[in-house]
Write a protein that binds this ligand. Structure first.
Ligand SMILES: Nc1nc2c(ncn2[C@@H]2O[C@H](COP(=O)(O)OP(=O)(O)O)[C@@H](O)[C@H]2O)c(=O)[nH]1
Ligand SMILES: Nc1ncnc2c1ncn2[C@@H]1O[C@H](COP(=O)(O)OP(=O)(O)O)[C@@H](O)[C@H]1O
Length: 204
């Protein structure tokens, strides 16, 4: 029987585009997906839970993770650190689960170097105006932080060329369907299946 390893999916996109919303909806449909909870030094928002939305840690704790080489990637974003714990990702992929990272572009490019077989998806808003509305309506950041994030958004959007897929988040339903199609399609890629099949034929 073919024993498939899981696939690493990386979702990026500017702050407020709807990454979290699309990811949560996707997880309700696809039970093979595992979300990699990131570590961050940013303040916890109202409604967030430690160990669910993020592992909220101090700068010293974050530094220790870097020094012990326990992060798959890490980056600074608008004054805070964010990183992906390595062990969980590796274990889940080995067990055959697809792993989903929701991370910004610098981190995604680090992952691409170490995991070139990963699948990189960039979520864009229908317009910058709509992005501004979404981030403002969410109401979790001050005006000053919103301005920094919108500034960052312009730089980030330029990086979409480095991704395998670009999905417009016009409606949540459309965006989820498109990401789902990508996940399914990747499982049928000739290169991926042929490699597994060859191992099977050779008795491994
Ligand atoms: N490199 C990296 N970026 C991350 C990680 N976790 C989250 N991010 C990104 O950091 C940015 C800021 O995240 P956050 O403060 O939660 O704000 P939000 O995207 O507006 O909800 C977003 O682009 C996230 O995708 C991580 O583990 N590594
Ligand atoms: N397709 C969409 N249409 C309208 N609003 C959306 C859509 N996707 C997300 N939102 C809203 O936009 C805001 C930002 O979404 P969120 O998932 O927190 O973004 P991100 O994780 O990319 O920062 C939230 O208030 C969310 O409800």
């Amino acid at each position: 029987m073919i024993k498939e390893k899981g696939i690493l999916f990386v979702l990026s996109g500017p702050s407020g585009v709807g990454k979290g919303t699309v990811r949560k909806a996707l997880f309700e449909q696809d039970t093979n997906l595992k979300y990699s909870i990131s570590m961050t030094t940013r303040n916890i928002r109202e409604g967030e839970k430690d160990g669910v939305d993020y592992f909220f840690r101090t700068h010293d704790q974050f530094k220790e993770m870097i020094e012990q080489n326990k992060l798959l990637e890490h980056a600074e974003y608008v004054g805070n650190y964010y990183g992906t714990p390595k062990q969980y990702v590796e274990e889940m992929i080995e067990k055959g689960h697809d792993v989903f990272l929701e991370i910004e572009v610098q981190g995604a490019m680090q992952v691409k170097q170490n995991f070139p077989q990963g699948v990189f998806i960039f979520l864009i808003p229908p317009s910058l105006e709509e992005l501004k509305n979404r981030i403002q309506d969410r109401g979790t950041e001050s005006e000053e932080l919103i301005a920094s994030r919108l500034q960052e958004a312009r730089n980030e959007i330029e990086m979409m060329e480095s991704y395998d897929y670009v999905v417009v988040n016009d409606t949540i339903d459309h965006a989820v369907k498109k990401v789902q199609a990508i996940v399914q399609g990747e499982h049928c890629k000739k290169e991926r299946v042929a490699k597994q099949y060859k191992a099977l034929l050779e008795g491994n």
